[in-house]
Design a protein around this ligand. Sequence first.
Ligand code: IPD
Ligand code: CA
Ligand code: CA
Length: 258
Amino acid sequence: MTGLKEVLLEATKEAGRIILQYFDGVFKIDHKEGINNLVTEVDKLAETRIIEVIRATYPKHSIISEEIGELMKPSDYKWIIDPIDGTVNFAHGVPICCVSIGLMHEDKLILGAVYNPMMNELFVAEKGKGATLNGNPISVSSNANFKTAFMVTGFPYNWSQYTEHPIKVFERIVLEGLPVRRLGSAAIDLCWVACGRFDGFWEYNLQPWDCAAGYLMVEEAGGRVTDFSGKAYDVFDKETLATNGKIHDDMIRVIGKR
Ligand code: IPD
Ligand code: CA
Ligand code: CA
């Protein structure tokens, strides 16, 4: 996997360099569907550079990337790219944002990288070989006591169109007495579960580019990722529950309560 990993790291670092260069500076901001669903010119610059780096070595691989969409080829390899995860934070100069890139082979994630250049934190996961933060192995927390679990979540931009459900689940977790944070970058949320800062994360309606790399990070760090009923997770799923494994069943119970 050396060639693949090198290209992944180069693409990730190149995007990180662009994000850092523009962070807290001047750039054009637009919105997509939904007035608060932002995209900046930096998302597009970073995305273009990532694709350039991948294409230079692997012109025949498929790519799914948030801003440009699907560039599908008849290949077993698929790169799943979020050039900036946490764009709303980025647009407001909040340093909780990152580039996130996952690589699938025959529909299974084999590599993932998440890089927050403002905090100089590079998370890398390799299927079967563990996960690292800046080169040091990481693992999920060991907290098995749900009552003291420290949680993180996110809300879809258009949650009001769904049902009351996402906010009801949030309410139930808060009423359990758990401290819950909302950072604004699902990829970082997942990495912070992987390195043990949080005990668990859940969110509705994420896209594959939000989760691909972070999902592998949690799994390789010894955690568990499923949908809200405990079924095996797929990055194309609309429910993401990622925990240290020890509080997973408690989370399924509370999410499932009506
Ligand atoms: C968003 C972030 C956020 C999550 C949203 C995502 P973006 O990604 O991951 O934490 O709550 O659902 O869309 O738009 O910043 O790439
Ligand atoms: Ca995202
Ligand atoms: Ca994005």
